[in-house]
Ligand binder design. Structure first.
Ligand code: ZN
Length: 435
């Protein structure tokens, strides 16, 4: 172990050993106006949330009541911000939310004041992931009202060092892209749903594949631009043999002229058959997260929708398509008391390396639960929701919800929900409900 690893683990071990934080009270009691704003933003018309003598708070609002708000005064012994600081100090400055698992004992009522306690459950690392080397931080929180446990949450984030995408690969397992210091920005981009083209900061020339030196002016100062993701097939080939680990053959590879003027080679997404594309076809990028660590940029005929999940897009629940507007992103972020700029300020969001503002995790949780109760009925009790995040949900895309019943036992129905966007899977969730 390196000194850095030792220090991170020693410091986080101390936070872990401290155990539960002091209880922190919600700044406001559960109240009808906040419930109404939340229901309006999520578009949830469940009569249980509408103002009246029996108004209940949606379970997905559990975390909303104890959010820090716009001008946070953090509690000194709250383990999550403190653990984040330890990782920031060691250079692991980027953050990616990966999991949010909640359970709900009951709904809250107006006038109740929940409080939260949190402890640091686990810090694992260093792990090499597609986006970079980092540590997974897991915290567990409990919400109580007058000592009665009303909800719990296990929350996991990846804190990683920007520019440290995986550099070495095990070729016996599956074919993976080679990643290096020069190409990590590209793979961080695909993981974030962006096709990035290297740009010379001296003369402005775009180039691909990435390299350390500008072929035009020989400058080494380099950055990138985010491509539109559209292009034209310049040439293609169909690969029949030999076998490629992890791939179904034949495999079509296309040389694509991007609208921005550079050329890129990529796999054509879709079923393994010939004639998927022809020279001159308009194509668009499609991001395929092949595992937890690597997201590939593939190409598909323009405007053809999601290619690969087609055979498995069965849904026991009616499919729900929700257009994502900037208003949806902003109104749900504010209704969930999440004031991080990546959810409301497009310029700042792009400055952080994102394509646009995007939906926050609390709102995804709310939308998934609305999908379930719209189908199962307003009286449905949500017992738990385990959510795993993937591709960001940006404005002008469409969220497409599908749901499948896993089991029905002792009155509890288990349902898997997938929320897709055009660039891949935004979220997978497993919910337990009682109808
Ligand atoms: Zn140059």
């Amino acid at each position: 172990m390196t000194d850095v690893t030792d220090e991170i683990l020693q410091r986080t071990e101390k936070i872990k050993a401290r155990g539960k934080s002091d209880a922190r009270l919600a700044p406001d009691p559960v109240n009808v106006p906040m419930i109404r704003h939340w229901a309006e933003a999520i578009g949830d018309t469940n009569p249980r949330w509408t103002p009246g003598p029996d108004t209940e708070a949606p379970p997905a609002m559990a975390q909303v009541w104890t959010m820090y708000g716009l001008n946070p005064v953090r509690m000194p012994n709250d383990p999550l911000p403190e653990t984040m600081q330890v990782l920031d100090d060691a250079g692991f400055t980027s953050v990616l939310g990966t999991n949010c698992d909640q359970t709900y004992a009951r709904t809250l009522r107006p006038g109740e004041v929940p409080s939260i306690t949190t402890f640091l459950a686990d810090v694992t690392g260093p792990k090499k992931t597609g986006v970079g080397e980092g540590y997974f931080i897991t915290t567990k929180s409990v919400w109580t009202v007058d000592d009665e446990e009303v909800a719990t949450m296990t929350f996991r984030v990846l804190k990683f060092k920007p520019g440290t995408g995986r550099a070495s690969v095990d070729k016996t397992k599956s074919s993976r892209p080679m990643m290096s210091k020069d190409t990590s920005f590209f793979w961080e981009g695909t993981a974030a749903g962006e096709l990035r083209i290297q740009k010379c900061n001296a003369c402005g020339e775009l180039r691909h594949p990435p390299g350390p030196v500008c072929p035009k002016c020989h400058a080494m100062d380099r950055g990138y631009v985010v491509a539109s993701g559209r292009g034209t097939v310049h040439s293609f080939l169909v690969h029949h043999a030999p076998i490629v680990p992890g791939k179904q053959l034949p495999l079509t590879l296309a040389l694509v002229d991007l609208d921005e003027g550079v050329r890129m080679i990529g796999e054509v997404a879709g079923r393994p058959e010939e004639g998927t594309v022809q020279i001159g076809d308009a194509v668009e990028v499609w991001f395929d997260p092949i595992d937890d660590e690597v997201t590939l940029a593939k190409w598909r005929p323009a405007g053809t929708g999601d290619p690969e999940p087609a055979p498995e897009q069965t849904s026991d629940l009616p499919i729900w398509e929700l257009p994502i507007t900037p208003t949806l992103v902003v109104s749900t972020a504010l209704a969930t008391r999440d004031f991080q700029d990546v959810h409301h300020d497009r310029d700042r969001s792009i400055g952080h390396g994102s394509k646009d503002i995007f939906i926050n995790i609390l709102s995804t949780t709310g939308l998934v639960q609305r999908y379930i109760t719209d189908w199962a009925g307003p009286q449905t009790q949500i017992l738990s929701c385990a959510l795993r995040l993937g591709a960001p949900a940006y404005p002008y895309d469409t969220l497409r919800f599908t749901g499948n019943i896993v089991s029905e036992e002792d009155g509890v129905t288990t349902i898997d929900v997938t929320a897709g966007v055009s660039i891949g899977t935004h979220a997978n969730a497993r919910l337990e409900i009682r109808k």
